[in-house]
Write a protein that binds this ligand. Structure first.
Ligand SMILES: C[S@@+](CC[C@H](N)C(=O)[O-])C[C@H]1O[C@@H](n2cnc3c(N)ncnc32)[C@H](O)[C@@H]1O
Length: 187
């Protein structure tokens, strides 16, 4: 399906981190589920999982894998709280604006375009995510060296989270990281 982000190296890195982090009693939400393969890999391993995406084609793809799936801009409209929050966000710095017509290009670009510094969607996520976090919540956030590792960790700390790199993988032109964030108020 070309209007949904195809599972790629970043997908599988986050999937492995999620599999090792998830506990049987966790309620899990995946923001930006794309094809849904990460959420699908957790079926039967966790108490519940909800897949969400801003892209309606992604919501359909996730539902076709047997997942409860809803369309949402980040967690807007989501009223529950979760123990594990997964997000492989649009993380690449892009000069170009999103194509305003809802074409295939729009949805593929929305999967990767993190705004001028690559951190625009991540910053919005960090600002509001505590509204959907249970007291024991952990967040797994995938980013690239192109997003700016130090900058994202600083943004997370300034938003009230502790940060830990739990997975990393180097590629030809970038390094991918999975950050585990927890509310620093819990320490
Ligand atoms: C890099 S892709 C990752 C897709 C999938 N999780 C994976 O790892 O293959 C980013 C996903 O985030 C979604 N997305 C972008 N902006 C979003 C937003 N504001 N709210 C929810 N999802 C968003 C995109 O539609 C896309 O499916």
């Amino acid at each position: 399906m070309v209007n949904v982000y195809p599972p790629s190296e970043d997908t599988y890195l986050l999937m492995r981190a999620a599999t090792s982090e998830a506990r049987p009693d966790d309620s899990v939400i995946e923001i930006g589920c794309g094809s849904g393969v990460i959420s699908a890999s957790l079926i039967g391993r966790v108490r519940s999982i909800l897949a969400t995406d801003i892209n309606p084609h992604a919501v359909k793809a996730a539902a076709s894998l047997g997942l409860p799936a809803v369309r949402a801009d980040l967690f807007h409209g989501i009223r529950s709280r979760f123990d594990l929050i997964l997000f492989n966000p649009p993380y690449l710095p892009e000069e170009s604006e999103l194509d305003p017509d809802l074409t295939e290009d729009h949805w593929l670009s929305a999967a990767l375009n993190g705004g001028a510094d690559g951190r625009e969607v991540i910053a919005r996520f960090l600002k509001g995510v505590s509204d959907v976090m249970s007291p024991r919540a952990r967040i797994l956030l995938l980013i690239s060296s192109l997003t700016g590792l130090e900058e994202v960790m600083e943004l997370a700390r300034a938003s009230g989270f502790t940060t830990e790199i739990v997975a990393r993988e180097r590629y030809f032109f970038e390094e991918l990281y999975v950050l585990k964030l927890r509310s620093s108020a819990l320490r």
